[in-house]
Write a protein of this length. Structure first.
Length: 163
């Protein structure tokens, strides 16, 4: 199920990136990560997200560990146009600096306001997907269900932005 959702979202992002090729101006994204768990709190799963500042759309998602591999997964989940043209604002987590090209990456303080959009989305995600709330009885027991719930919410969120 999660694989089909992922393939569908990749297809949508390819269509979207074709539309962005005609867009004039600078592409800017905000990237951040948030933790969740599957089964028990010791089994942390990190949700890596990238948000287009102008459209407020989630353009990249990776679910995995909080490491260099997680940042690499997020970078690879971005449509090619974003990897080639966008400026990425992140926090100072070292994995971003290791993976993101220096001419595309800017690490900023939270007080700068340049990651407010993605931080706000993290709060929205926690509020609307009950299995992400830190103290909850509705946690995921299977990783596939966890990933599916997150992908479903993000897809629905992006669709509602277009209305």
């Amino acid at each position: 199920m999660a694989t089909k959702l992922r393939q569908y979202l990749v297809c949508i992002s390819v269509k979207r990136s074709r539309g962005l090729a005609q867009k004039k101006g600078r592409l800017t994204i905000q990237c951040d990560e948030m933790w969740s768990f599957v089964g028990k709190k010791k089994n942390k799963q990190w949700i890596w997200l990238a948000l287009d500042i102008e459209t407020k759309e989630i353009v990249g998602v990776h679910i995995g560990e909080r490491s260099r591999e997680g940042a690499k997964g997020l970078w690879q989940s971005l449509p090619a146009l974003y990897r080639q043209c966008a400026i990425c604002y992140t926090d100072f987590w070292s994995a971003y600096e290791e993976i993101f090209p220096t001419f595309r990456h800017q690490a900023v303080e939270k007080t700068s306001g340049k990651t407010n959009g993605i931080e706000r989305f993290n709060c929205t995600l926690r509020q609307r997907v009950s299995r992400l709330v830190r103290k909850t009885l509705s946690f995921s027991k299977k990783l596939e269900n966890h990933i599916g719930a997150i992908w479903y919410f993000i897809h629905r969120y992006n669709e509602l932005l277009r209305l």
